[in-house]
Design a protein around this ligand. Structure first.
Ligand code: UTP
Ligand code: MN
Length: 517
């Protein structure tokens, strides 16, 4: 904090937010947050929140300021401070933080009530009488609606990074705990304004709360910051960024002194076919896939499927079905309305795609699911499903700008582009390369299991995990991407839509766009 005596009033109109140009939704409301008693990092945090909602929050007190917001200060304290600054205009409003937090929650400056005005007598030792409301959410993510609108990204990004680090370090339990904590914050209807609001929330363990408090008090979590820069975390990220390399392999390589792609290439390690392809297309695969690219691939797969089996249907699943604008891959589910007609479909689809030059890599695994003793309810529900599945790397031609708009032409353009690029191995590094590599997952399901497969492949991963946990612990049922088994009634519960599965589970239906836990 700049010592008070050195502070200067800046001339009217000067906008100094410290973050460059801002979009102001409410030009007649110019805010200044008093650092006194609020602290530097909380002030920065709250200022940032307000700016994201379109409020003009000044970094420095100026004559243009219309509202001075303070926390735990009395009216006398703020006026004394103002006098010391050389006054301010007579009509500046002196308001309590509760007006600011109410306004942020409302998304606009709210009417000023008595409780928003600064009090005369000191109550600064007592907690503010009006605190932000305590949040409340149900404890299973599958009972909540989680859209892509996240009001707490600062906190959830931090917790997600710790989750990722735990998962990469083979500490799945800790990973899930952080994921659950992040998911609870993602489901909140507004930004967290004070730690006390979190008191009744589920899934916020001691560790997650410590991280949140650290961010709250210091502007950042020391654990998150040190993880981000740790050599081990960075190496795990780089190495598992290779398609076909999991946490275990990456860990083994790191122990052998391999920390980056260069060291890997020079190490003489034997790579399997997937890893070779992963390394070859590393940059492309680690670049997010856009919705437009997903749609272009959808058309290609649709064409492949309808060419080899008319009547077969495909649906885009995964994050794109939940409304995400980007993803790390593109997921498809394929079925046929007549049970049994889907048998043998995958090899034909793959051959078609291969013949058209759309596949840079593929590995197909056969369906191994049987509703028998081995796969039936006796065994614990597993994350692994046993559908016929093709893990692939697509060669997606870059679309001409005009062609991309005209959706009817997408497949034709792609086909032509692939046929034109006869140079068989146009290297990834070629500067004018006219294609990019995209990870694509194809899954074939018989129609009788389609609803379960669709639910299972739509995600998010945590939402799926929570559905299975709910089924098991609250309902005595086993849910997988193939079936739902009621352990009490000792029978399978059939369903032909996602809605029916939610109903079997005694859950309110949550549409895909609200499964972003
Ligand atoms: P993804 O890993 O593709 O996640 O799995 P996503 O939500 O689409 O995220 P991005 O955008 O690609 O990064 C999609 C769904 O498929 C299920 C996962 O549980 C998830 O819900 N899945 C994935 C399986 O059921 N089995 C698998 O082997 C892989
Ligand atoms: Mn996906």
């Amino acid at each position: 904090m700049v010592p008070l005596k050195r502070r200067k009033l800046v001339p009217t109109g000067a906008v100094n937010t410290g973050t460059g140009p801002v979009r102001t939704k409410f030009p007649h409301v110019v805010l200044f947050l008093l650092e006194r008693k609020m602290g530097t990092s909380r002030r920065a945090f709250l200022s940032q929140l307000g700016r994201r909602k379109g409020f003009q929050v000044e970094q420095v007190l100026s004559e243009s300021v219309t509202h001075i917001i303070s926390e735990s200060n009395t009216r006398e304290e703020v006026t004394a401070w103002l006098d010391f600054q050389g006054g301010g205009q007579a009509d500046v409003l002196l308001l309590d933080i509760s007006w600011y937090t109410d306004s942020i929650r409302a998304g606009h400056p709210v009417d000023i009530l008595d409780r928003h005005r600064l009090q005369l007598k000191s109550f600064s030792s007592k907690p503010s009488p009006v605190k932000s409301a305590v949040f409340s959410v149900p404890s299973y993510a599958c009972q909540r609606r989680t859209t892509l609108e996240n009001h707490n990204t600062v906190l959830t990004d931090a917790l997600s990074l710790l989750a990722e680090n735990a998962e990469l370090s083979d500490e799945d339990g800790r990973g899930v705990a952080f994921r659950r904590a992040a998911a609870v914050l993602k489901a909140l209807p507004s930004a967290v304004m004070s730690i006390s609001q979190l008191s009744g929330l589920p899934c916020l363990g001691e560790h997650s709360l410590r991280v949140i408090k650290d961010i709250w008090e210091n502007g950042a979590s020391s654990e998150v910051e040190s993880t981000k820069v740790s050599e081990r975390f960075k190496a795990l990220k780089v190495l598992t960024g290779i398609f076909g390399v999991g946490a275990k392999t990456a860990d083994r390589w790191i122990r052998e002194g391999i920390h980056d792609l260069h060291q890997l290439q020079n190490s003489g390690q034997t790579l399997n076919r997937a890893q070779q392809a992963g390394l070859q297309h590393y940059d492309d695969i680690n670049q997010p896939v856009t919705k437009a690219e997903a749609c272009a691939i959808e058309e290609i797969v649709e064409k492949a499927v309808s060419s080899v089996l008319p009547g077969a249907q495909i649906i885009l699943t995964g994050g794109f079905r939940r409304g995400k604008q980007t993803g790390h891959d593109v997921d498809f589910l394929i079925t046929h309305p007549e049970e049994g007609r889907e048998v043998g479909l995958m090899p034909k689809v793959v051959s078609w795609l291969e013949a058209q030059g759309f596949l840079l890599y593929q590995k197909t695994t056969r369906n191994s699911y049987l509703e028998s003793k081995a796969d039936g309810p006796g065994r614990p529900p597993s994350n692994m499903d046993r559908f016929e599945r093709c893990l692939s790397i697509f060669k997606l031609p870059k679309m001409e700008k005009q062609g991309a708009k005209d959706s009817q032409n997408v497949t034709e353009n792609c086909l032509q582009a692939n046929q034109k690029s006869d140079e068989p191995e146009c290297p990834e590094a070629a500067p004018d390369r006219r294609w990019r590599a995209v990870r694509v997952d194809l899954v074939v399901s018989p129609i009788s299991q389609f609803a379960f497969a669709l639910l299972g492949w739509t995600g998010s991963k945590l939402f799926e995990r929570e559905l299975r946990r709910w089924a098991r612990y609250e309902k005595g049922m086993s849910l997988s991407s193939h079936a739902l088994y009621d352990n009490n009634q000792r029978k399978y519960l059939r369903a032909s839509s996602e809605e029916e599965i939610f109903a079997h589970l005694g859950l309110e239906f949550i549409p895909p766009s609200e499964r972003n836990a």
